[in-house]
Design a protein around this ligand. Structure first.
Ligand code: HEM
Ligand code: NFK
Length: 281
């Protein structure tokens, strides 16, 4: 134990950053910490929580998208293990994002209603990074881009991802190159449309799951994708429950019916055949 209950600074500790890269400089903390601008008047205490909760989500979404793009490129280049490494990282980020809901759940309905009106028609529905992650995972919907008529950067990003194969498309193409029998209709599909259920693909996965020892790589990758989808659904579910306890069945600021609109998203699936194969085994 230190006598004075204080830790003396060691002689080697760097103190002069006039000519050195500092922590704040490297991370651009000046910009990062100057990006929280509550709009409520008089300023409501809890609006800072609301802003920071969303900003941290957006930072993690940026990293998820970065990792998924790289995972997709690895799959396209037949580098399965590096792709799985990126997906493992995405799964950890998803855990953090799902856990993070508990912070916002401390916002009571009476607190939120005091500044909700100041949010106007803005809504998480307009998160282009969230939509980008959905697109790269295969939940394509060109209509979603309409919301970004005001934002060229968002429109360009989403249009780019809409026209590219999803992570699932690249995985299926990889399986085909590895000699797995995959329906041509799936390989040649219009990638701007959402992936739809294909029984021929279920048959391909069934062969992989029934001879897992001989198809270990593919088998492992299938289970990683199921983890990823499940984690995505856990996030959606926590969002739904947080919304339910905060605004009940009010309509959303973005113009939707609110909770029932969000509940419908729980029926969506990125990888339907990976779920269907479970019934076949
Ligand atoms: C008290 C907190 C929150 C409430 C009451 C709430 C409410 C809603 C509602 C009602 C919608 C439906 C669209 C609309 O009409 O507005 C929605 C969508 C959405 N929200 Fe939130 N939200 C909350 C927090 C968050 C947070 C922290 C995020 C993280 C970025 C988020 C991200 C989203 C996304 C991505 C959508 C679109 C979901 C989809 O298309 O299925 N929300 N939210
Ligand atoms: N849609 C929410 C408002 C909301 O939560 C929100 C508002 C602005 C930016 C992000 C938001 N988060 C999620 O939708 C509501 O209806 O209360």
């Amino acid at each position: 134990m230190v006598d004075a209950n204080t830790r003396p600074l060691e002689a080697g500790v760097v103190r002069d950053f006039r000519d050195e890269l500092s922590y704040g400089g490297y991370l651009h903390l000046d910009r990062l910490l100057d990006a929280q601008h509550p709009v409520s008047r008089p300023q409501h205490h809890d609006e800072l929580l609301f802003i920071i909760q969303h900003q941290t989500v957006e930072l993690w979404l940026k990293l998820i998208l970065h990792e998924l793009r790289t995972a997709r490129a690895h799959l396209a280049g037949d580098r399965l293990q590096p792709a799985l490494k990126q997906l493992a990282r995405v799964k950890h980020i998803q855990h953090t994002l799902t856990e993070q809901w508990s912070v916002l759940a401390t916002l009571t309905p009476s607190e939120y209603v005091e500044f909700r009106g100041f949010l106007g028609r803005s809504s998480g529905f307009q998160s282009y990074q969230y939509r980008a992650v959905e697109f790269i995972l295969g939940n394509k919907n060109a209509d979603m881009i309409d919301v970004f008529a005001h934002d060229e950067h968002a429109r360009d990003l989403l249009s780019e991802l809409l026209g590219q194969p999803s992570v699932y498309d690249e995985f299926i193409r990889y399986l085909h190159r590895q000699g797995h029998e995959v329906p041509a209709s799936v390989l040649d599909r219009d990638v701007t449309k959402p992936h739809t259920y294909d029984p021929g693909l279920v048959a391909a996965f069934r062969r992989i799951y029934e001879s897992s020892a001989e198809n270990w790589d593919a088998y492992e990758a299938c289970e990683e994708l199921v983890d990823l989808e499940e984690n995505f659904q856990f996030w959606r579910f926590r969002h739904l429950k947080t919304v339910e306890r905060t605004i009940g069945s009010k309509h959303g600021t973005g113009g939707s019916s609110g909770v029932s609109f969000l509940r419908a998203a729980l029926d969506l699936t990125f990888f339907p055949e990976l779920y269907a194969v479970r019934t076949e085994i």
